[in-house]
Every structure is written in C-alpha cells, then in structure tokens.
Design a binder for this molecule. Structure first.
Ligand code: AGP
Length: 600
C-alpha cells in the first residue's frame, strides 16, 4: 500500500525520489507525487496513475537537494490528483506525505479546523492543517508536529517538509512501516529498504510512536514527548539482483521460477549441524505446551495456513484452528485454555493480522510470526519469528512466499512431532528435496501450461477450481491467483460441496479445473467432475503421477502426498500468469490491489 521516500543531502533529489518510488510500485498504488525543496521554496508535483506519468510531469530544470515522495493507494477519497500526496497546509508552509489511516480525522477537523477550508477528501490533510494551526498558535514546528501526532488515533508513517526549516525532514511512525537510511553526507527515508538500496544499505528501524528529525548529517530519534532515543543502524541484507527483474518480463514469472531454489534454501536454513531438520527450541516448546494452535492470516497466507492445519494435526497431533485475521479480531471464538497463536504473513505488515496480534498479546497469549521479512512489524512484535527465506517477493500475486510458507509449516510440524515423541513415517528433508526437483520440472513445462491457460481461461468470464482434502485448499489458492491477476471470476470449491448449490452456475462451456493428488479422495473428485461435465462444464483434470487416468489434462510429478500442495500450486500459478498475459493484464501490478495491506 502507500509508500514513502525522502532524501536530504547534497545532490539533486528528483531522480533518487522517482527511482525510490518505482521500487515501491510493487506495493500497489493509484497516484503518486513528490515535493522538492530548494531556496525558491517547495514545489509539489502529483499525478493520478503510474510513476511514469509523474516522471513525465516533473520539470527537469528544478534542482533540489531535499524532497519527499509518495505512492497512494486510495482509502479516503477517490484516486485523483487532488487526493494524491503530498498535501499542503493552507499557507503552503507545510508539505506532508502519509501512509496509514487516521481514524479520528473528522472529529479533529471539527474540533480544531472549523475555519480551515480543506482542499482534498483525505484524512491526511487534517494532519498538515493541524500542524499549521498549532504553529500559528505559537508552537515551534517540532513541538506542533509531536503535539499533532499525540492527537491522532490510527496508523501513520509520515514525512514532512517545512518551508521555513531548511535542511530538515520531520518523520514519524505508528503501526505503518518506515525506516531511516544513513549515507555519507545524506540521509533518506523509506517505507522499505528496497526503495533506497540504490543509495545505501545502512538503515535505522523506527518503533511505533517515534519521531525523527532527519537532517543531512544527523538523525534525532525521540518519543512523542521529545525524549531522545539512541538506536544502532543495521545493514539490509538485500542484493540489487533480488529486487530487479533481470531478463524476466515480469517479477511474477521470476518468482515462480525461483521456487525450486527457495525450497532448497529452506531445507538448508532449517538444518542443524548434524544435517537434521531443526527449529528454534523455544518455538518447539511453545508448540508442545499449547493445547491448540490458532493460525491467523489473510489471502494467500490464509490458504497456506489451511495446509498448515493439516500438517500440525496429521504429523504433530496438535489441534489447530485457522482464521481469517480481519474476522478473528472482531468475532473471536471461545479460546482453548493454552492457546498458541501463529501469524502467517509474507510481508509482516498486514494490518488485519497485526490487530489480532496486538489483542492476543494484551491477553497474554504466546505468539509466533511466520514471515518473509525479518524486522517487519509482526516479526518484531511477536514472541518468536520463523523466517521463510524466500527472498523479496515483488509481484503483488504471492507465489514463492506461499510455497515457502507451506514448506516451513511442514518442517515445524515435523520437528514438533519428533519433540512430542510422535513417530513420523517419512523423511521430510528427503521428500522436500524431491519436491524441489518436481517444481523444477513444472516450471520447465511453461509451454504446456500456457496452452492450458489459453484453452480454459483466456476467453472465459468465470471458472471453477475444485479439489478435496489438501487439493481443496490448493483450489482456493488457484482461484485467488486467477482472480487477482486475470480478473476472471474464479471460485475455489470443495468438490463435494458444489452440488449443494453452486452447481447451478455451471453451464455450457464453464471451465472446471480439478485437482486429483490425494489417493483417498481421487475417485470422489472424479465423480464430482462427472457431475459438472453432465451439465456442460469443460473439465481440466490435473492429477498426480500414479493417480492419473485417461483424459487427464496434465500429470504432476509424483511427490509425497502430504507435500502435493507444493507442486499442485505451480500449474495454478502458471496458468493464472498466462491467462493474465493473454488478456493483456498488468501481471505484476493488478488493479486495485496492494502488496502490503497496511490498513484494516
Ligand atoms: C496474494 O496473492 C495476495 N497478494 C494477498 O492475498 C496476500 O496474501 C494477503 O494480502 C496477505 O498478505 P501477507 O501475507 O503479507 O500478510
């Protein structure tokens, strides 16, 4: 979602800001803007649409060594140029960008800004107008900044320029990610390190309700009361090649192709010196002590969580509930006596999941975050972190993070099972290595999968993905992939459930993609396929080697049945990719979506 960059130094800021915003494009946005500060004052340029539109609107003659920039994903007010950030105060003295949602903006407006005429529909404008009002009342900018922040309810990452304070960017953070990057003779501000990796790999992390006065050579971190805070920087372990497409046309395809390597890396990272799979003992103990595991997640991570439930119950013998985070926090079920919460989140920033984490911590329950982003909010705030080691995932549609989540969940379930003295009748490490090879075979079958996308999806208005048991969970993920990047109305369904209502939607030519990787239910899903075919559906059966039958459209290389989701999801990802491509959709940046969903 919204992204922030800032630069204060000695060279021209324009290109650094624009390049930084381009690196944040993956987060999802619908408008963008920058503010440049030089001796002539502050110039704001903002545009609806892509960074390319903003770039075209920027006057190349302006030279400025201080600036802030923003990509906006609309929450309050439609996506247009007026609502795009930066926003300015009535006199134009203060210019501000904001990521997050201010819940009490309308009451603050009524209380303090009756006489100020607002020029946008955003909650953000209230912040900048409040600061100007308090400065007009006699406060210094820094005091007014902190005073305003203390009045805000909600989430924010903020960067602000004051036309009368040369060489300063005012920065603050609460429940929205923001980092300060350190350089020689310059400093930067960024929603994530990727944006500013072009100029520095040294970053200082900010905590909630902290303010930073950023100057060219110094940064002063403080609380909202002005008490100084000291914090050491860290080096971001990111490589430019991790965040570039290289020769790939899309990040999504690159990330799909990276999956065999990701599985191998996970095996390596979760191996001890004896070459056995191993997980932090504190996490294993937390699992052993719990009487029930509650998995909390959203979207693709939720789908991985459903498979995690299967693993923890079948392999480790621990009862599990899986919940959608946006529902759980406001409609909480009765909890067991000794619950353990596992948050699955690729980004580690999902606001829906975080609100549950905050509530469960307040209740004193133990928490673990499974994430791809070390140092992310949910990682820092949970008691323990499990890392995915998948490398940055840039495409909005999650692919390698999902397979990494499933693989790590299998490993944790396996290690916990051993810790509980439960016999596991297969060697997971060996089976995961077989999976890595199988995924390689699948990513090498692109032509055939592109053909399937062409035959079944590219010309369809809708599609069904069906499966039973673990295949049902993969069907949910397959349908989500198709929906989010190719905009085809796709539904993932439990094969047996269709006839209880939804089969009414099957008509002549409706594509039904069916998975048959689970021996016990393979005859049943084939029965369900017959039911839809009898009503005009065109079936596309993807079966596991050993379970294949004549007429199946694609046969997946054989892997251990429990790990079948790791291979069955690959054709889903690739047919979604090719369907989106064939329909001319923007694969990496699908409409209306954001990579990191930082508002509830
Ligand atoms: C997946 O393709 C989506 N982009 C989305 O469902 C995503 O999985 C969801 O928003 C959760 O994100 P998280 O894993 O970063 O918490």
């Amino acid at each position: 979602m919204c992204g922030i960059v800032g630069y204060i130094g000695s060279v021209d800021a324009k290109e650094i800001l624009l390049k930084g915003l381009e690196k944040l494009e993956y987060r999802g946005y619908d408008s963008a803007g920058i503010a440049l500060r030089n001796e002539q004052g502050i110039t704001v340029i903002k545009e609806k649409g892509r960074i390319a539109d903003l770039r075209a609107a920027v006057d190349t003659a302006i030279l400025a060594s201080t600036g802030i920039g923003h990509t906006r994903w609309a929450t309050h007010g439609v996506p247009n140029q007026t609502n795009a950030h930066p926003h300015q105060s009535a006199s134009s003295r203060f210019t501000l960008v904001h990521n997050g949602v201010i819940e009490n903006y309308s009451s603050l407006q009524k209380q303090y800004l009756q006489d100020v005429s607002m020029s946008s529909d955003t909650d953000t404008e209230v912040i900048v107008q409040l600061i100007e009002t308090f400065v007009a009342g006699g406060m210094t900018t820094e005091v007014a900044f902190r005073h305003t922040l203390a009045l805000l309810h909600g989430s924010y990452a903020i960067a602000m320029l004051d036309a009368e304070a040369a060489n300063t960017i005012f920065v603050a953070k609460n429940r929205s990610p923001l980092l300060i990057g350190l350089g020689e003779n310059f400093n930067v501000v960024a929603s994530d390190a990727m944006a500013m990796l072009q100029v520095t790999d040294r970053y200082v992390e900010l905590h909630d309700q902290e303010v930073v006065i950023v100057r060219q050579d110094t940064i002063d971190i403080m609380t909202l009361d002005g008490a100084k805070i000291a914090r050491d920087p860290y080096v971001a372990e990111l490589d430019m090649s991790d965040i570039e497409k290289g020769t790939y046309p899309h990040f999504m395809l690159k990330e799909i192709d990276e999956q065999p390597g990701v599985i191998r890396k996970i095996i390596q990272m979760y191996e001890n010196e004896q070459g056995e799979l191993s997980v932090d003992a504190a996490i294993v103990n937390a699992c052993k002590e719990a009487d029930r595991l509650y998995i909390i997640a959203a979207g693709t991570s939720y789908h991985a969580g459903l498979i995690g439930k299967h693993y923890f119950e079948k392999i480790a013998g621990i009862p599990v509930e899986v919940h959608i985070s946006s529902e759980f926090g406001y409609n909480m079920p009765l909890l067991s006596e000794k619950p353990l919460f596992l948050f699955i989140t690729q980004s580690g920033e999902t606001a829906d999941s975080r609100q549950v984490l905050v509530k469960m911590k307040a209740l004193g329950h133990p928490t673990i975050t499974l994430t791809n982003v070390p140092g992310s909010t949910l990682s820092r705030e949970a008691d323990h972190t499990l890392l995915l080691h998948a490398g940055p995932e840039i495409a909005v549609a999650s692919t390698k993070a999902y397979t990494a989540q499933v693989a790590v969940l299998a490993i944790v379930a396996d290690v916990v099972a051993q810790g509980r003295g439960k016999a596991v009748d297969f060697e997971l490490k060996k089976e995961l290595a077989i999976v890595a090879n199988a995924i390689q075979t699948l990513v090498d079958s692109k032509e055939e999968l592109a053909q399937i996308a062409h035959e079944f999806l590219a010309v369809s208005r809708n599609a069904f993905f069906i499966g039973r048991s673990l295949d049902f969970y993969v069907s949910l993920e397959g349908a989500l992939k198709v929906k989010e990047i190719s905009y085809i109305q796709a539904e993932g369904f439990a094969g047996g459930e269709l006839k209880h209502g939804t089969i009414a939607l099957i008509e002549q030519g409706t594509p039904v993609v069916a998975l048959a990787t689970q021996q016990a239910v393979s005859p049943n899903i084939r029965g369900n396929v017959k039911e839809v075919v009898a009503r005009g559906a065109i079936p596309c059966i993807l079966s596991m080697e050993g379970l294949e039958e004549e007429g199946d459209r694609f046969v997946l290389p054989r892997v251990h049945e429990l790990l079948a989701p790791l291979v069955a999801v690959i054709p889903m990802q690739l047919i979604s990719y090719y369907a989106a491509l064939q329909k001319g959709c923007d694969v990496d940046k699908p409409r209306n979506l954001a990579k990191s969903v930082t508002v509830e």
